[in-house]
Design a protein around this ligand. Structure first.
Ligand code: NDP
Length: 339
């Protein structure tokens, strides 16, 4: 069983050498009486929050740390080989938390979803648009921000797993949507593939406040926050009266020893802006409703999804590290096995 192991706790930016590939020769079998499942992993998801799990923390967080010396765990798509849980049977496809290894014994089956696979839809989508990032985009935009036709929406890290969906969902609502991303290729995708009204490369803007004023002369009604730091400060200066900010993530801060300060929070007061954080797994109850909305859009080609797919478990460490340098173009997926 090939596995990706966390060598030791990580400080600062994660590196490939923080992880290693190992082969475990013990035969995996579902223990007698177990209510877990034995699965073959097919697709693994690289997600920014995983850095948080690689870091030793004194304070509590909503995610547990990984254990050095053990395989990394994260979202993935897998096939059930043996099941002690009545909800699953041999041959079922599932998505949820699994291990970065070829085969996993999963005891926490309450976090697994059964996939009703449509062969016209890539199975890997369950690491992205049809999995956790999809629910994140849906909950953050619809539940927290209640977008209305004609409102102005700004999305940062807009070409990523979550951002590309937020922009497209906001367009479906009839909003004016602008996204920012870190390369020309990503900006082109936003405008030409995902149908954003405008997009810009934030790395080329020396003054983010001026850039936002250029695209939002009347201000921003909804900001979907993925990056934090200087971007958030610039956005705060450009929010409209009763604007909403969904704080999904702050990737620019995850690897800093000390997060940067935010200076413009006072503008929340006079403009009565609501800023709210959220965690995807508190919205899993909406998953059925979300699938009902998104599956027809995928089939009709109204919502597109771009993935950055790398082959083989051995490519996983580099793919994960790449998120923090913006190397991924779209949702970062690792193929362990296609069947
Ligand atoms: P992405 O697919 O967008 O990948 C991360 C991207 O972030 C990179 O490609 C890069 O894009 C950008 N990035 C990296 N470093 C920086 C930096 N220093 N400053 C600005 N941008 C940077 O990831 P996801 O879509 O999976 O996640 C997006 C955000 O949503 C993250 O903050 C993540 O933590 C958060 N999240 C939160 C969830 C929740 O439950 N609250 C659930 C899922 C995700 P670029 O080239 O454009 O810079």
């Amino acid at each position: 069983n090939k596995q990706v192991i966390l060598r030791d706790y990580v400080t600062g930016f994660p590196k490939e050498s923080d992880m290693e590939l190992r082969t475990d020769t013990t035969t995996l079998k579902l223990p007698q009486g177990s209510t877990g499942v034995l699965v073959k992993n097919l697709y693994l998801s690289c997600d920014p929050y995983m850095k948080n799990r690689m870091t030793k923390r004194e304070t509590a967080s909503y995610v547990e740390t990984f254990h050095p010396g053990s395989p990394i765990t994260g979202f993935g798509v897998a096939k059930v080989l043996e099941s002690g849980d009545a909800k699953f049977e041999q041959g079922d496809l599932i998505w949820g938390i699994t291990g970065w290894e070829e085969y996993s014994l999963i005891t926490a089956t309450q976090s697994l979803f059964k996939i009703h696979h449509d062969p016209n839809i890539p199975l890997s989508y369950y690491t992205g648009i049809l999995g956790m990032p999809g629910i994140t985009a849906y909950a953050g935009l619809y539940e927290l921000c209640s977008p209305k036709k004609g409102e102005t929406v700004y999305v940062s890290a807009a070409s990523g797993a979550v951002g590309q969906l937020v922009g497209q969902f906001a367009k479906l609502m009839g909003c004016y949507v602008v996204g920012s991303a870190g390369s020309k290729e990503k900006v082109d995708l936003l405008k030409n593939k995902f149908g954003f009204d405008e997009a810009f490369n934030y790395k080329e803007e020396s003054n983010l406040d001026a850039a936002l004023k250029r695209y939002f002369p009347e201000g921003i009604d909804i900001y979907f926050e993925n990056v934090g730091g200087k971007m958030l400060d610039a956005v705060l200066l450009n929010m409209r009266f009763r604007g909403r900010i969904a704080v999904c993530g702050m990737i620019s801060q995850y690897n800093l020893e000390k997060p940067e300060g935010v200076h413009n929070l006072m503008s929340l007061i006079s403009k009565e802006v609501r800023m709210q954080g959220f965690v995807a797994f508190n919205y899993y109850h909406l998953y059925g409703k979300f699938l009902e909305m998104v599956l027809p859009h995928i089939k009709e080609g109204k919502v597109m999804y771009v993935e950055d797919v790398v082959e083989g478990l051995e490519s996983a460490p580099s793919a994960l590290v790449g998120l923090f340098a913006g190397r991924n173009v779209g949702k970062q997926v690792v193929v362990v096995s296609r069947e």
